[in-house]
Design a binder for this molecule. Structure first.
Ligand code: NAD
Length: 365
């Protein structure tokens, strides 16, 4: 984004930010009584209502919060579009320290603001919000997904996300080695949390040789014993002599320093925003001969799962639709190779094409 934090703040600056990536709407929600300060960004609703979680974060400035919500909502547009969902992209942020700011009243007030958008925005859990918070939001609006199974929701989306990541990894193996079996492949997984845990169980079942890293020693102990995984300390994970690297913890790990250490042939993981700078690090991976499965494509299982909740939940259908990530990933590799572009660019182009096509479909009555 060209606008810097220093010159943000006036209405014209905000409009210039909205223009940069063609955002439709930015909604500021304020309430003195609950101290609610939230921003909802609706990026694009050509394909359907904008769906995206609500993040609670102690932003250093309003400008930083605006930047984040605009960036995240655009990412949701691409994720929904490439997954073939009839959903647009949106996101919300609530400004404040999650440990102190979240109350029943604040979450319900936020729910009222969501309700006032009449379904143009559908919210869900995200960083620092929980199923319980969404239950409060749901007391004021029906435009919320990610509810517990006991309330008719889809429950924890992580197993579905892990399945999509696994599909993306297998498609990457097919592209690189001409065979999608991961049996005997050396696979390094960074972050053995909700998604990483389900992923390594699938990889173990297929006979992969696992290398795992996490900041949580207990998790590492558990899986090294349970699955015979080799534990790796901190940054050592980047320089391992492995076939596949799966970032499942943090964003921006694919930076210049880390990429220079990599020896793997495939990167396929669930973490969001893995490329520190897509224009620099996308091409750098191509140059190193590393096949990169675009993160927003292969981690879309969670979104596919909540979309099911929006149209009438069925876990089996969620898994079946997530399986399709395999074919799309394979297509992306082929298109990227034929156009001589990096895979993240190819994935964005495919998502943008679907939005443009559907816009034209909807152009007549
Ligand atoms: P999680 O919080 O359950 O797991 C993250 C794990 O990473 C934790 O075990 C944590 O200890 C570990 N970790 C943190 N810092 C680390 C470091 N420096 N090195 C190694 N490990 C570290 O989160 P999750 O739900 O499993 O999600 C993992 C990633 O996938 C996140 O980037 C998330 O945004 C993304 N994602 C998750 C879903 C989902 O359905 N949960 C959907 C789409 C994308």
């Amino acid at each position: 984004m060209s606008t810097t934090a220093a010159n943000q703040g006036t209405p014209s600056d905000i409009f210039s930010q909205l223009t940069t990536y063609d955002h439709e709407q930015l909604v500021f929600c304020q309430d003195n009584h609950t101290s609610l300060k939230a921003i909802i960004a609706i990026h694009n609703t050509v394909l359907g209502p904008g769906l995206g979680g609500t993040r609670v974060w102690n932003y250093a400035s309003d400008a930083e919060a605006i930047n984040d919500v605009l960036r995240l909502s655009r990412g949701m547009t691409y994720k929904a579009a490439i997954s073939g969902l009839n959903l647009g992209g949106a996101k919300a942020v609530i400004i404040g320290d999650a440990k102190t700011v979240k109350t029943e009243a604040l979450m319900r007030k936020f729910g009222r603001f969501v309700e006032n958008l009449h379904g143009k925005y559908i919210t869900a859990e995200d960083v620092n919000t929980t199923t319980k918070d969404m239950e409060y939001v749901n007391m004021e609006t029906k435009h919320v997904v990610g509810l517990p199974e006991s309330m008719g929701g889809g429950g924890d989306p992580s197993p579905v996300t892990a399945y999509g990541t696994y599909m993306g990894m297998k498609a990457s193996a097919q592209f690189v080695w001409g065979n999608d079996s991961l049996s005997g492949k050396k696979i390094a997984v960074q972050g053995i949390g909700k998604v990483g845990g389900h992923l390594i169980e699938r990889l173990h079942a297929e006979g992969a040789q696992l290398f795992i890293s996490d900041i949580n020693e207990d998790v590492l102990k558990h899986y090294s014993k349970e699955l015979g995984a080799t534990v790796v300390k901190g940054d050592e994970i980047y320089s391992l002599d492995v076939d596949v690297f799966a970032p499942c913890a943090l964003g921006a790990v694919l930076n210049t320093e880390n990429i220079s250490k990599l020896k793997c042939k495939v990167i396929a993981g669930a973490a969001n925003n893995q490329l520190a700078d897509e224009n620099v690090h996308g091409p750098m991976l191509v140059e190193k001969g590393i096949a990169y499965a675009p993160d927003f494509l292969i981690n879309a299982g969670g979104l596919i799962n909540v979309y099911q909740e929006h149209i009438g939940y069925n876990r089996e259908t969620a898994f079946r639709n997530t399986e399709h990530i395999y074919n799309v990933t394979l297509d992306i590799y082929k298109v990227a190779a034929s156009k001589n572009i990096h895979t993240q660019r190819a994935a964005i182009e495919l998502a943008e094409k679907r939005i443009a096509d559907m816009k034209s479909v909807k152009a007549t009555y």
